[in-house]
Ligand binder design. Structure first.
Ligand code: HEC
Ligand code: HEC
Length: 313
């Protein structure tokens, strides 16, 4: 027996699907710039991503802080991670999934491309702590297992150099695409969302979360000023630390909300563990109106649909 309620729900779903398609969109199959990412380059990047020998005392790889295997969602669940020597990091680790779609990288937006970013963690004193790019290249050259990977990836110029390392790591990172139930909904499967998920999406669009968390990544492509900087670690000035421009004080990246229910703790300083409190804080930002507690609960139900179905973290 098909009820009137059912038809109402379908009409509501269909109208929302149209709005979500326009205001958010669905995730493409691969990020921009991935046209030349061959299987061989991705394989080499995967090896580099997991190689603990490329850290100062051989205990840490990219995958240590950005775990991707099994049900891990691309970040370490720490407030801020520890580096090779146990030194406390300054900022929360973002997930590496869907990173290829971000045009703003790092919480202060100091990089715009994965190619430019790729070497930073190896020589960051808070992360893998190598002394220089040449130390990195030397370590790779000293490991005989790498040479055939470089030959396959770059048959015309199989040199172990910084350029090829950058290309391979970024190709691998671009391959880490993670879709969600939300994408199925936007692509036309209207029945996949239950009533609460539909209502959560409706609130998300209505109150203006998309003013900042915009595009199919729901963030990741812009920065925004903290409205109440006092609520955070006041020693981190965000973008100001890169530009020295006082207008940039407390300007931080607007993170993508994809996989957000799997990546607590939250914010650039990892200071908040509960998603509800995180959303409560968004009341301090430029919303169209304040949120009621029951609306925040529905927003959380919606945010869950943005998570990779194969991950639980
Ligand atoms: C010690 C833990 C740690 C290690 C090891 C590490 N990262 Fe990260 N990663 C972080 C943290 C913390 C940030 C955020 C730093 C910031 O914003 O200033 C980050 C940010 C990033 C970003 C930007 C993500 C975004 O959405 O803005 C990318 C890309 C990235 N890391 C890739 C890598 C790669 C590639 C490696 C290995 C070469 C690596 N990371 C090793 C902790 C780590
Ligand atoms: C004025 C811009 C703006 C608006 C509007 C906005 N946000 Fe945010 N949001 C941000 C910024 C900036 C951050 C990162 C703050 C930080 O790291 O300190 C953030 C962080 C978050 C986080 C934490 C993500 C993480 O990985 O740490 C969640 C969840 C979130 N926002 C949800 C929402 C929801 C839901 C709405 C609508 C109710 C919303 N936001 C509206 C700018 C905004």
């Amino acid at each position: 027996m098909i009820s009137i309620q059912f038809f109402n729900d379908i009409a509501f779903a269909s109208e929302l699907q149209q709005r979500a398609k326009i205001q958010i969109g669905s995730l493409p199959n691969s990020p921009p710039g991935s046209e030349d990412d061959t299987e061989a380059k991705i394989k080499l990047g995967n090896k580099l991503f997991r190689d603990i020998n490329l850290s100062a005392n051989q205990i840490q790889a990219c995958v240590t802080c950005h775990p991707i295997d099994g049900r891990s969602a691309g970040m370490d669940r720490q407030t801020t991670p520890r580096g090779t020597f146990g030194q406390q990091g300054k900022r929360n680790t973002p997930t590496i999934f869907n990173v290829g779609f971000n045009s703003v990288l790092f919480w202060d937006g100091r990089r715009n491309s994965l190619y430019d970013q790729a070497i930073d963690p190896f020589i960051n004193p808070l992360e893998m702590s190598l002394s220089s790019e040449s130390e990195l290249i030397q370590k790779i050259q000293n490991d005989p297992s790498y040479s055939h990977y470089f030959v396959s990836a770059y048959p015309e110029n199989p040199n172990i150099n910084i350029h090829n390392v950058r290309l391979s790591l970024s190709a691998f990172e671009r391959s880490l695409v993670s879709k969600s139930k939300f994408d199925d909904f936007v692509m036309g499967n209207l029945l996949i969302f239950n009533r609460q998920e539909l209502e959560g999406l409706n609130i998300f669009l209505e109150v203006g979360c998309t003013n900042c968390h915009s595009g199919y990544l729901l963030g990741g492509n812009n920065l925004s000023k903290l409205q109440s900087a006092i609520l955070y670690n006041p020693n981190d000035f965000g973008r100001f630390e890169v530009t020295d421009d006082s207008n940039d004080r407390y300007l931080f990246k607007i993170p993508s909300l994809r996989n957000v229910t799997l990546t607590q703790p939250y914010f650039h300083d990892g200071s908040v563990t509960s998603l509800k409190e995180t959303i409560e804080r968004m009341n301090e930002y430029n919303l169209n109106r304040r949120l009621a507690s029951s609306e925040m609960d529905l927003l959380i139900v919606f945010l869950k649909t943005l998570s990779d179905k194969t991950k639980s973290n």
